[in-house]
Every structure is written in C-alpha cells, then in structure tokens.
Design a protein around this ligand. Structure first.
Ligand SMILES: Nc1ncnc2c1ncn2[C@@H]1O[C@H](COP(=O)(O)OP(=O)(O)OP(=O)(O)O)[C@@H](O)[C@H]1O
Length: 228
C-alpha cells in the first residue's frame, strides 16, 4: 500500500444507542487516523465505546454520522456488498475468544478465508504453514482447536486474521482470556507478526503494560478519541 495513505481515517464519527428509553451517546464526533505500519492502543474504561469504535472501523456497523476511510477508500457511501468486499481484502479481526471452527484443523482455519478470497488451496496452505511456523506452531498445523492450549488457539486466530495480508488488524482484547504470562508471549508475537507483515493495528486493551508497548495510545473519553 502507498505509505502516504493512512490505513484508517475516522472523521466525526457519532453513534448513539437507546437504553431503557434514554439515548446513550457512545461516540461523539470521534476522529482517529492510523498511519501505515502504526500499532495503536485503544484504551478507556469499560463502556467507553472501544468495541463500538472497532465495529465501525471494521465496517461491521455503520455510524449514525461521520466517515470511515479504509486504505484510502471512503466507505460511508458504499452499499453493504462493497463494504463486505473491502473488509475481506483490507481488514483482519481478532477477538478475546478465538472463534476458530472446531471441526477444522489449525491450518484449515487459516486456509479457508484465503480460498474464499480466491487463492488456490496450494497457495493458501503454503501461507498458512508459513504463518503457523512464524508463530512456533508448525507442529500444530493438523491439530484441531480443541487439541490446542488457550495460547495456541489465540495464536492460530491471529494467523487467520492475517491470512489475507490485510492492511489493518483490528483487535478487541486479543489476549484478554489468557493468563498474564501467556498473554505477554502471545502479544509479543502478535506485535512481531504485524511488524513483519508491514501492517497497521488498532488494539483495544484494558492492560496498561500491553498498551505501553504499542507505538501510540489513544483513549476514549466522553465519546471522543483523545491522544494520551
Ligand atoms: N447494540 C447496543 N445496544 C444498546 N447499547 C449498546 C449496544 N452496543 C453497545 N452499547 C452500549 O454502548 C456502551 C459502549 O459499549 P462498548 O462495548 O463499545 O464499550 P467498551 O469500551 O468496549 O467496553 P468494555 O471495555 O467493557 O468491553 C455501553 O454502555 C454499552 O452498553
């Protein structure tokens, strides 16, 4: 991708919800730009709107108003099919829970999204094995998720998110389910892989130590994105 094109630009994003008959303004004129290659921590107290912002940045939900541009493409005017297409090419997601398909092996979980994007099975398997190898999981390729430890499952989920070489990784508490030591290791590998692949990342976390290891931290305060 052209280095001068930010991976993500949010401009004037607003999002409210109805709760018990009252209106809750979660995002209020929120703005954020993530440069190519940048890894940004998204912090803020529980309920501040981190997941809501990630859903909007990931084109999974639409804001009430405001604009989202992914890899230089403004998305607000696009129909759902175009948004889905952009999501499949440019965006990768990691959640607190791995969400791997239990009946498929680790490699197959990483092969499937590539084949959906048109890659041949052979090329997709090569890429899957490369990613698994770089995560120290070469010997786990043919194991099913249920045969893997929590840390290994989350490493596979990270490989799956990066399978199609997206421009931007969006992660919501990606190591939040792991014990502190495992979380530390998995997070280090996530950061390394994102850097090796030259991607950008926006990672929501409650963990101040993890946030401090990223290039930059932004916090959600009263619906706005504030730089710390
Ligand atoms: N679909 C929805 N309908 C109604 N309210 C919602 C909806 N989605 C989110 N909210 C509310 O919006 C607020 C922000 O939620 P969100 O999950 O984005 O916060 P968060 O910062 O990710 O929290 P946490 O750190 O606990 O995960 C919360 O008060 C939540 O209850």
């Amino acid at each position: 991708m052209n280095k001068s094109v930010p991976a993500l630009i949010l401009t004037g994003v607003c999002r409210s919800f109805e709760q018990g008959g009252a209106r809750l303004d979660v995002l209020v004129d929120a703005g954020l730009t993530i440069a190519t290659g940048e890894i940004v921590a998204l912090v803020g107290p529980s309920g501040a709107g981190k997941s809501t912002l990630l859903q909007i940045a990931g084109l999974l939900e639409r804001p009430d108003s405001g604009d989202v541009a992914v890899a230089g493409q403004a998305c607000s005017g696009l129909n759902d099919d175009r948004r889905t297409a952009l999501r499949k090419v440019h965006l990768g997601f990691v959640y607190q829970y791995h969400h791997l398909l239990p009946e498929f092996s680790a490699a197959e979980n990483i092969i499937l999204p590539q084949m959906i994007n048109g890659r041949s099975r052979k090329q997709a398997r090569e890429r899957a094995l490369h990613l698994l190898g770089s995560m120290g999981l070469a010997k786990r390729a043919d194991h099913r998720p249920g045969q893997l430890s929590g840390g290994e499952q989350q490493r596979v989920a990270i490989c799956r998110a990066l399978a199609n070489a997206p421009k931007l990784l969006l992660a919501d508490e990606p190591t939040g389910n792991l014990d502190p030591q495992t979380s530390d290791g998995v997070f280090a590998e996530l950061m390394r892989l994102v850097r090796e692949e030259g991607l950008s990342a926006l990672i929501a976390t409650h963990n101040p130590d993890l946030a401090a290891r990223m290039d930059r931290r932004v916090t959600l305060r009263q619906g706005k994105v504030v730089t710390l």
